[in-house]
Design a binder for this molecule. Structure first.
Ligand SMILES: Cc1cc2nc3c(=O)[nH]c(=O)nc-3n(C[C@H](O)[C@H](O)[C@H](O)COP(=O)(O)OP(=O)(O)OC[C@H]3O[C@@H](n4cnc5c(N)ncnc54)[C@H](O)[C@@H]3O)c2cc1C
Length: 499
């Protein structure tokens, strides 16, 4: 079997400092990767008085962060929440995240992030990141408006039994996807600091390690030439995840192979592998965010069934959690079943052009067209309707807000055909769009741990290059939020600040 290190055309092993004849560049803190986590690290290291150099492989900053929806998970009573009528606590935020990002979420990091969420909101605002005081109150991936707050499944069972629900999906003000605005503001903030140098078109290839095992720099390549960078205080890896590295996916996260990739195309995992080669531990490498390629408004108003015609989750959870169940437990053999009223109830702007793949006057006909076993879907819909008449869902406890008996005419959407309308669907994907959540094991200050659990001196990581808050689950906003927050902590720690 192909080893993942064979994906790189060079050795990833650390270079002993004695093999570096001279340094081409010296700085205090060297940040590798200029997405949101790298920006957070660079800004805070600079604020702490360190000279900072930021290396970026691409010709400019941004990474996946700039392509993102700009949804940032924040709570504990932010001004946006207050303006929208929500009271919230750090405890409720943490309890929700521990449940929704589990099993096996990093509870210590979640509590720390939740306790400091208000401060992090203010930090983002100070960097110029805009948020509007208004709520988008309907299930969707990305609202078609510039509203500043949205639900991320907080009101859904079983999470509503452990924490008082409050909307915490903060959106960078923008029509549609807000990642570009987020990165534009962070890049402006970096540019405004004289103590931060940015070297674009510069790809870090290997760490430099001294006799004591301390990381003291990197070897990086720019336009075919290799350069040695010395980091007097620390190296912070913020190089993103590994969804674009097929061999790493096959080795660590085989369930994600074959799905569409949600990234800027450069998530090759090199930062992770470079650190592994220096003795770093990794965590949760098999886990992924799974965007199920359908419309959340259809799912909540209808039902989602598997290839046996059976429901397997309450459809009002954060849609990424439906995706995780669909991919990891149902092999993406899943369908959305709805009726005309449910379809019409979803505003045009939120349909993203997605039309039903099958329509029928009876559930029996629909079931046949879908190729399901006889009576499977009929039984499911009959049971669902029987309880929905009383606004109940004893099987999966979907909120009464979304419960209504489904009535003819009926429709079904084959999720495997993806988001394109039926006439344009290629059938090439599997209905899932994914990125990786696993990465380097770090402590709360971004120190990369070795296999004994100790810190690798001089080495820090944040963002998708590290394993963040996540266990098996994912909620939108838990990449950009914790990525910038733990990026900031890593930058400060690398600069020598005691936290
Ligand atoms: C379409 C889309 C929508 C999304 N929506 C959301 C959302 O709404 N909310 C949310 O929380 N998350 C969202 N995500 C996920 C989120 O954007 C990413 O997980 C997050 O931005 C990762 O941040 P990062 O700083 O770790 O990595 P990135 O932003 O990817 O930055 C890493 C940078 O490192 C550079 N780099 C890599 N290797 C090297 C190297 N060896 N040397 C030098 N530079 C290197 C890359 O070129 C890149 O610029 C979305 C992602 C996509 C693609």
């Amino acid at each position: 079997m192909l080893s993942h290190t064979s994906q790189f055309a060079h050795s990833v092993k650390p270079v002993p400092v004695v093999d570096v004849p001279a340094y081409d560049h010296e700085t205090d803190v060297l940040v590798v990767g200029f997405g949101c986590a790298g920006a957070g690290a660079a800004l805070e290291a600079s604020e702490a008085g360190a000279a900072v150099t930021l290396l970026e492989r691409a010709s400019g900053p941004g990474g996946s962060s700039a392509l993102s929806g700009g949804e940032i998970y924040l709570g504990g009573g932010t001004p946006v929440q207050a303006a929208c009528g929500f009271t919230d606590t750090a405890r409720d935020m943490a309890e929700y995240l521990i449940g929704a990002l589990g099993p096996g979420a990093d509870e210590d990091k979640i509590r720390l992030y939740s306790e400091n969420s208000l401060e992090h909101f203010e930090w983002l605002v100070t960097q110029g990141v805009p948020f509007k005081n208004s709520l988008w109150d309907s299930p969707t991936w990305v609202p078609p408006t510039d509203d500043g707050l949205m639900w991320m499944g907080e009101a859904a069972w079983p999470y509503n039994e452990h924490a008082t629900p409050a909307a915490r999906g903060h959106r960078v003000q923008s029509e549609g996807f807000g990642g570009k605005v987020l990165m534009d503001r962070l890049v402006d903030a970096v540019s405004a600091r004289t103590g931060i140098e940015v070297h674009a078109d510069t790809r870090a290839l290997r760490l430099i390690v001294d006799d004591a095992g301390r990381v003291c720099g990197v070897i990086a390549r720019r336009f075919g030439e290799d350069y040695a960078y010395r980091a007097r205080r620390g190296v912070v890896l913020t190089t993103g995840g590994f969804v674009d590295n097929e061999a790493m996916l096959a080795e660590h996260a085989p369930e994600l192979v074959g799905s569409a990739k949600v990234s800027d195309g450069g998530d090759d995992g090199l930062g992770i592998v470079m650190a592994q080669a220096a003795g770093a531990a990794v965590r949760r490498m098999a886990t992924g965010q799974v965007g199920i390629e359908t419309i959340p408004g259809y799912m909540t108003r209808g039902i989602v069934v598997n290839g046996h015609g059976q429901r397997f989750i309450n459809e009002d959870v954060y849609p990424g959690l439906v995706g995780i169940e669909a991919l990891y437990r149902q092999g993406m053999d899943v369908w959305v079943v709805l009726d005309e009223e449910a379809f019409e109830d979803v505003p045009e702007a939120e349909r993203w052009g997605l039309q039903p793949t099958h329509v029928a006057e009876t559930v029996a006909e629909l079931e046949k067209e879908m190729g399901l076993p006889e009576n499977a879907l009929q039984h499911t819909v009959a049971e669902y309707n029987r309880h929905a008449e009383n606004a109940e869902d004893p099987w999966f406890h979907k909120s009464s807000r979304w419960l209504r008996p489904l009535r003819a005419p009926f429709a079904a959407i084959d999720v495997r055909l993806g988001m394109a309308p039926p006439e344009g669907a290629t059938g090439g994907g599997n209905g899932a769009a994914v990125f990786t959540l696993g990465g380097l094991t770090t402590d709360e200050d971004g120190r990369v741990r070795d296999l004994d659990g100790g810190a690798i001196e001089g080495l820090y990581a944040a963002g998708r290059a590290s394993s963040g808050l996540h266990g098996g689950g994912y909620i939108s906003g838990t990449s950009l939020g914790p990525g910038t927050y733990f990026g900031r902590r890593a930058g400060r720690a690398a600069a020598g600040v005691q936290q």
